[in-house]
Design a binder for this molecule. Structure first.
Ligand SMILES: [Fe+2]
Ligand SMILES: [Fe+2]
Length: 244
């Protein structure tokens, strides 16, 4: 799907929602935050980064015209229920498996290479901070926010009342996404953009690759929540307020 209806004034998140396949790849390459800071217009983000917004827009359009239709992912067309299931299966479960595995690998490489690579100590602290923030975050979404969103599908007074206050838990989760984004940036910096050291053993190589995979996954996960799932609830809340 191309971006012909979007301009350099459009919000970055709209590109990622319309054609995640192309937009996410391009934004990642240009280090443009499309999930936590996705409400910024493309031209503003580009001027902050010293990029030419028209060139970035051309790049997005060129890439989308080469894209095959079968590769397209349209998370935006899913219902809230379907999107929540998609997030739980593809991201929450993945994180619950990956975080203990990464902690174990980190302990191992720190023991073996901590002396020669002092940056691994800071990396270990950053990873621990990410895990300490991310695990309770997943739990809160599963136990509180996702069931609240699912209940909005019910008719009646309780659902209407719940919709009125939805911006409160959404704000909390969005702020946590921002904190997680900062921790991810810290990990990227400490690993020198995931550049594997020349003398890395297999475990260290694997750890760096897994950390990069974690970043990729968490960016898409956050995009699905901030820019699609939560955004739709907030639009619905706004419309309900205007009607009443
Ligand atoms: Fe989540
Ligand atoms: Fe989240």
């Amino acid at each position: 799907m191309n971006f012909q209806n979007l301009t350099i004034q459009s919000e970055v998140r709209n590109f990622a929602t319309l054609n995640p396949q192309i937009a996410i790849k391009t934004f990642k390459k240009l280090n443009i935050d499309f999930c936590c800071r996705g409400t910024k217009p493309l031209n503003v983000v580009c001027s902050e980064k010293g990029l030419d917004p028209n060139e970035v827009l051309n790049q997005l359009n060129r890439s989308s015209s080469n894209e095959t239709f079968s590769n397209q992912k349209n998370w935006n067309s899913l219902s809230s229920q379907e999107l929540i299931e998609n997030i739980l299966v593809n991201h929450h479960q993945k994180m619950k498996d990956l975080l203990p595995e990464l902690t174990q690998m980190m302990t191992k490489v720190l023991k073996a290479h901590g002396q020669k690579h002092p940056e691994l100590h800071d990396l270990s602290k950053e990873l621990k901070a990410l895990r300490d923030e991310l695990e309770p975050h997943l739990m809160k979404e599963e136990a509180i926010l996702f069931p609240m969103i699912q209940n909005l599908e019910n008719d009646g007074f309780a659902a209407k009342k719940a919709l009125k206050n939805m911006h409160i838990p959404i704000k909390v989760m969005t702020e946590q996404h921002e904190d997680l984004g900062n921790l991810l940036r810290g990990i990227r910096k400490l690993t020198g953009n995931f550049s594997i050291p020349d003398d890395a053993c297999n475990t260290l190589t694997y750890l760096y690759k897994k950390l990069e995979a974690l970043e990729n996954d968490l960016l898409i996960h956050t995009h699905k929540e901030n820019n699609i799932l939560f955004s739709k609830v907030l639009i619905r809340q706004k419309i309900a307020t205007q009607i009443s």
